[in-house]
Structures are given as structure tokens and as C-alpha cells.
Design a protein around this ligand. Structure first.
Ligand SMILES: *Cc1c(COP(=O)(O)O)cnc(C)c1O
Length: 416
């Protein structure tokens, strides 16, 4: 028996409009996102263009996956060259790109060893496994008793284990039973952290700046405190820099603002240059060294295309140019936002080219402001009701940044 033919709108009538494409998604695409009603068809640098040819300044940059801009020519060239040569081997064999990628990433971060994976969530999962194994084999924690201490309002990804220690009910509800072994303490609270760490603790896992929570920046001294506390307690410090890392905050890593070196560093998003998913756990040899053949892996992790793009990303960061741009333009962003405080902006937090902006609820929700900005040709994303997040590609010019701030001022002053 053959399946009944399903009727689909025909594309014979010519190219489909944005409205048609949005309608077409509804019955066939899982509803796990609520995107802004813009259908992007092309992009270059800081700009995207929709199906009808309208242009928008991208002030989200794929949640920092596009730190180097859309279709960065250096990265696209590296990908093209690799596509013409070798794309996938699996780790059953060596490939001729992986050594350079690992060497350059270790060098860039000042750490020893790299475990290549694909998505951010996979890097987090991998670090959890490594930390547990380290706790049993090196620290001597009793079997199956290892704990990992995390911060409230964290965002580390979407797997069942990771949502097990989320404090966001929307991310958790309906997905239990959850993985045990996690303790949640308030962010930016060293006393609470100290109280939660004990002889079972394998690691403290935190974001040096909490991105999804609304670009929440801890007090000066917090990261240093976490470093000292974990060293004293004999547990690992795992820094999730999947969103904060790779130039975003004006330094290669956000932990550099306090000159702190974690034991394990999690990278993702921008590591794939906006082209392919590339993530990594980077760490000390005596920690990542606990993994032996067969204990962990990924079919696509460390594939030659990912390694080629990842190496090219590291190459861009080695110049320091992107970090400097983020630091310099971060001053422009900060002063522009400061001028809007009390004029539609309640408060904001920023570091480098990254800001969480709390909108006066009397003016509109974060979503409404995002829609208003979209009509002004600027794309942003709201988070937690009344906050919008600004994170443009680090390639943005001062004029483009000013025009985005001008659009925000306009939307806030005319209301939504
Ligand atoms: C995005 C993000 C992740 C998850 O990355 P995915 O590639 O979406 O799995 C983990 N941690 C942080 C801090 C992130 O911002």
C-alpha cells in the first residue's frame, strides 16, 4: 500500500514570499522556537537580506556563532578549500587537519589538550563526563557519588542531563526524570558556592558571564574567588565560554578579565565560524587525560571540515584584531545605552560587544521591542520577558553600531 499523497503548496507558481514560507513551516516544523517573522535568504558581513530583498543589520549574530560576520571571506575560503579535498573521516582514522586545529586552539587558550565535539551541549556533556571520571580516578570520590556545582539561571544547553540542572521551568517541565548529581547555588555568590562544595565535588561549572540569563556579569573578584575556592577544595573549575568566548567581550576569553585560567574550558558557537557546528573541551592534560580509547567520542567531532574552519577561526583571533574591535566598539555601545537609561531603558549590562538591555515594561515587552526594531531594519532577540540582547558580529563598524542604537532610540521613543 502506498502512503496517500500529501498536498503541499506548489512552488511552480514562482518564488514563495516570506509570509508563504512562514505559513508553510507551521504544519511541518516542530514548534520549539518562536522566531521573529523575518525569512532570511542571503547574508554578508553584518547584514542579512530577506526573501523580498529587505536588508537588516544583524545585532544577534546567531547568539555569537557569527562573531566574525556572515560568510567571513577567510573562513569561507578555508571551508571551500577543505570541501574540495576531504570532509569526513571519523576518528577511526587520523585526518591531516586535526593536529593543527588542536595545537592552535591549545596555544590560543593557554591550555594543553583539546577534545573536539560538535555542539555546545555536547561540549558541556563531555566536560561533565570528564569531570566525573577525574573525580573517581584522581580525586578518589566514592563510586557514583560525584557532584557538580552549578549556578542558578544557568544556560548550558538542552540535553536531558543539562536541563536536569537548569532553573528555567520552561526548559525542564515535562522532560524528567532528571540526572542526579548536581547542586545549584546562586550566581555571583562565593559564600553559597563555598557551602555547596564538599569532598564529593568533581567540579564547579559556571558561565563567566551568563548570556541567556540576560548578559549577567558577576562582581569583580567572583571568577578569581571561584578559581581559588576550587583549587583549595581540590575540584575542577569548568568555564562555559560557548557564548562569552572567542572575542565577544573584548578579550579572547571572558575569564581573562580576571586573568583566571580554568581547568576545563568549553568553546562552541563562534568556533564554527558560522559555517559548521564546532565545539571543544580544552583543558589540562592531567584532566582530559583521564579519557581512554572507547570511553567517549563523536562521529563528526574533529572532522576535517570542522578542523579547517576551527583553525581559520583561531587564526583570526591570533591577530587580536577582533578582540580590540569588541573592546573599542564596546565603549560606543556602552555610551549609547547609557544615554537611553531613563528613556525606555531601565538598566543594562555590557562587556565588549555584548549587552543585555532591560526595557521599561511600560513601553513594551522585549518581544515587542524586537519586532519594532525589525521594522526598523535591525534584528535582535529578547530574553526573559523584558530584556533584549545585543551581540552584533565583531566586524560591525562604528556607523552601523550607531545606526542600531539610533533605531533602538526611535523604537523606544515612539513606543510599540
Ligand atoms: C549556546 C550555549 C550552549 C549550548 O550550545 P548548543 O550549540 O546550542 O548546544 C551552552 N552553553 C552556553 C553558555 C551557550 O550560550
Amino acid at each position: 500500500m502506498t502512503a496517500p499523497a500529501r498536498t503541499r503548496p506548489s512552488s511552480a507558481a514562482g518564488p514563495r514570499s516570506s509570509a508563504d514560507l512562514i505559513r508553510a513551516e507551521e504544519p511541518v516544523l516542530a514548534h520549539n522556537y518562536h522566531p521573529l517573522p523575518v525569512v532570511v535568504a542571503h547574508a554578508e558581513g553584518t547584514w542579512v537580506e530577506d526573501v523580498e530583498g529587505r536588508r537588516y543589520l544583524d545585532m544577534l549574530a546567531g547568539y555569537s556563532a557569527l562573531n566574525f560576520g556572515h560568510r567571513n571571506p577567510v573562513l569561507i575560503d578555508a571551508a571551500h578549500r577543505q570541501l574540495d579535498r576531504l570532509t569526513l573521516t571519523s576518528r577511526a582514522f587520523h585526518n591531516d587537519r586535526l593536529a593543527q586545529f588542536a595545537e592552535s586552539l591549545a596555544e590560543l587558550t593557554g591550555l594543553d589538550m583539546v577534545l573536539p565535539m560538535n555542539t555546545g551541549a555536547e561540549a558541556v556533556e563531555s566536560a561533565i563526563k570528564v569531570a566525573r571520571k577525574w573525580a573517581y580516578e584522581v580525586k578518589g570520590v566514592a563510586p557514583d557519588r560525584a557532584t557538580i556545582v552549578v549556578a542558578a539561571d544557568n544556560f548550558h544547553g538542552r540535553t536531558t542531563t543539562i536541563v536536569s540542572f537548569s532553573t528555567d521551568e520552561t526548559a525542564r517541565a515535562g522532560f524528567g526524570p532528571f540526572t542526579p548529581g548536581f547542586r545549584v547555588v546562586p550566581y555571583n555568590d562565593l559564600a553559597a558556592l563555598e557551602a555547596a562544595v564538599d569532598e564529593t565535588t568533581a567540579a564547579v561549572l559556571i558561565e563567566p558571564i551568563q548570556g541567556e540569563a540576560g548578559v549577567v556579569i558577576p562582581d569583580d573578584g567572583y571568577l578569581t574567588g571561584v578559581r581559588e575556592l576550587t583549587r583549595r577544595a581540590g575540584c575542577l573549575f569548568i568555564a562555559d565560554e560557548i557564548q562569552s568566548g572567542l572575542g565577544r567581550t573584548g578579550t579572547t576569553l571572558a575569564v581573562e578579565h580576571e586573568e583566571v585560567v580554568p581547568d576545563l574550558l568549553l568553546l562552541g558557537k563562534a568556533l564554527g565560524g558560522g559555517i559548521v557546528p564546532v565545539s571543544a573541551v580544552v583543558g589540562r592534560r592531567d584532566v582530559l587525560g583521564v579519557l581512554r580509547p572507547g570511553e567517549h567520542g563523536s562521529t563528526f567531532g574533529g572532522n576535517p571540515l570542522a578542523a579547517a574552519v576551527g583553525s581559520a577561526v583561531v587564526g583570526l583571533l591570533e591577530t587580536g584584531e577582533y578582540q580590540s574591535r569588541a573592546a573599542e566598539l564596546g565603549v560606543v555601545l556602552r555610551s549609547g545605552l547609557t544615554a537611553l537609561v531613563g528613556r525606555g531603558v531601565e538598566s543594562f549590562r555590557s562587556r565588549g560587544l555584548w549587552a543585555g538591555v532591560d526595557i521599561d515594561p511600560a513601553i513594551g515587552t522585549g518581544r515587542e521591542i524586537s519586532e519594532g526594531l525589525m521594522r526598523e531594519g535591525v534584528l535582535v532577540k529578547d530574553t526573559h520577558g523584558s530584556t533584549i540582547r545585543l551581540a552584533p558580529p565583531l566586524t560591525i563598524t562604528g556607523e552601523e553600531l550607531q545606526s542600531a542604537l539610533g533605531a533602538l532610540e526611535k523604537v523606544l521613543s515612539q513606543g510599540v
